[in-house]
Design a binder for this molecule. Structure first.
Ligand SMILES: [Zn+2]
Ligand SMILES: [Zn+2]
Length: 147
């Protein structure tokens, strides 16, 4: 289940649909170096973490000593690039491992490679990916539920 938020650029008219939420209701954390299964292991898995992270991030995950993974959570959220100020949707993944260590996924901007942050400001503070204008509005009427 999740929701789709669409943004419209008032300057160039570009419309982007962002699908958010826990759409990937079953995800497998298989990175090859440990039997990484969280509390979701009672479900069947449709998605692999390999599908939602970069090769660099996968290599980093494989370098960790992933013992006793628990508190796995993941959800599609809106990220923003601190340099380009553009929006993108990525799967946020977080879990605890090896005692009390915390893993939190890193996603990078396709254009400038900056580390993306979860969106914290109003949509109007970010730039249109097409024209670069700070003219985005959220279109509530296009909000739909999906799964
Ligand atoms: Zn635009
Ligand atoms: Zn960027």
């Amino acid at each position: 289940m999740g929701e789709s938020i669409s943004t419209t650029c008032r300057y160039c008219g570009d419309v982007v649909d962002h699908c958010l939420g826990i759409g990937m209701s079953q995800m497998r954390l298989d990175v090859g170096n440990a039997p990484m299964v969280g509390e979701e292991d009672r479900f069947s898995f449709h998605h692999s973490i390999k599908d939602v992270i970069s090769p660099e991030e996968l290599a980093y995950l494989q370098s960790l000593d992933l013992q006793d993974v628990n508190d796995l959570s993941y959800s599609s959220i809106l990220y923003a690039c601190p340099r380009c100020e553009t929006l993108s949707v990525h799967v946020h993944v977080r879990f605890q491992y090896d005692g009390f260590k915390i893993y939190e996924v890193t996603h990078r901007c396709k254009s400038c490679q900056s580390r993306l942050n979860a969106v914290s400001k109003d949509i109007s503070e970010y730039r249109c990916a097409q024209c670069g204008s700070k003219a985005l509005v959220k279109d509530e009427h296009r909000k739909i539920m999906w799964d």
